[in-house]
Design a protein around this ligand. Structure first.
Ligand code: G3H
Ligand code: 13P
Ligand code: ZN
Length: 316
């Protein structure tokens, strides 16, 4: 059942974080639904601009509608990840999305507020909520590359002004994470003090943590042992999620770790079965491994086991 992102946040705030997982194809979609049902968790399906052009936005919508029928017990929201103005307005008009992200975080504050406000007005008129971003994460997003020296943490005082003036419903904050597989070069970690300060100024307001893959070292080692070349990849300690939840972090975005599962499964499969060529053979393994990965993340996010609570809440 597709619900609004707002409904999920109302149940989750302060108790658990909702996992927001990107999809690009059918195997990921099947694994995602299975993993969330196995762990009895609500979830958010994220679609990036890159995914919308890779798979065609109509294909992604059709897959989600089909998965909703195949897995009638699932409770989830559909979200545009890192939208620009055009993509955000297109998704609002489509009526299919529960929420959209407008990412104008690379713009100066006033311009970020102006663009976000424009999306908020269109979205709220249709009952769709809006995630905005303030501060800059390092790493690579599809339309912006930010190197470490240009990344900067969200200023809590600015966050208060930004939320008030833009009217957004949730805020992606830069608290030390970055996108992709190479997040930390040394001993850096999450700046939970910054999240705490933002929460003081915006009590009850849902915060979103992007760039939250943990880049498991065991996964990287298996990929490299099967011919990969990922050097020095490092991510967020997933045991930190439990500390972020009471500080208002209500949505946690994870994409890279799922890509690592895909890469490990396919590299190992073709290394170990050089004579095979039926795409369904590694596909089946991937779906099962992806489901396991999702269930594991949901345990760390504490969303596992909350499906009934959410079902009751959305039933009113
Ligand atoms: O933050 C970006 C997400 O990982 C989506 O990645 O833009 O390559 O689809 P993508
Ligand atoms: P990762 O690259 O850490 O998985 O972050 C994904 C993300 O933030 C999607 O918006
Ligand atoms: Zn992101």
């Amino acid at each position: 059942m597709i619900v609004t992102t707002k409904q999920l946040f109302e149940v989750a705030y302060g108790k658990f974080a909702v996992g927001a997982y990107n999809i690009n194809n059918m195997e990921q979609t099947l694994g995602l639904f299975r993993g969330n049902l196995d762990s009895q968790a609500p979830f958010i399906i994220q679609i990036s601009k890159g995914a919308r052009s890779y798979a065609d936005k109509r294909m992604l919508e059709a897959m989600i509608k089909a998965a909703d029928q195949i897995f009638p017990e699932a409770i989830f929201a559909v979200h545009l990840d890192h939208g620009d103005l055009d993509a955000a307005l297109d998704c609002v008009e489509s009526g299919f999305y529960s929420s959209v992200m407008i990412d104008a975080s690379h713009e100066p504050l006033e311009e970020n507020i102006r663009i976000t406000r424009q999306v908020v007005e269109a979205a709220h008129a249709r009952g769709i909520s809006v995630e905005a971003e303030l501060g800059q994460l390092g790493g690579v997003e599809e339309h912006v590359q930010v190197d470490e020296k240009n990344a900067h943490l969200t200023d809590p005082a600015e966050a208060e002004v930004f939320v008030r003036e833009s009217g957004c419903d949730s805020l992606a904050v830069a608290i030390g994470t970055s996108h992709g597989a190479y997040k930390f070069s040394g001993h850096q970690g999450l700046h939970l003090d910054v999240a705490a300060e933002i929460q003081k100024r915006l009590p009850g307001f849902p915060l979103v943590m992007h760039g939250s893959s943990s880049v498991p070292q065991e996964e990287v080692a298996r990929i490299n042992a099967a011919g990969g070349g990922l050097k020095g990849a490092k991510g967020v300690d997933e045991d930190e999620f439990v500390k972020a939840v009471p500080l208002g972090v209500t949505k946690v975005n994870i994409d890279t770790d799922g890509r690592l599962v895909w890469t490990r499964v396919h590299r190992e499969f073709f290394r170990d079965n050089p004579e095979k060529f039926d795409l369904r053979d590694p596909g089946k393994i991937f779906i099962a491994e992806y489901a396991k990965f999702i269930a594991h993340k949901n345990e760390k996010l504490q969303s596992a086991g909350s499906l009934e609570l959410v079902r009751k809440a959305v039933a009113g």
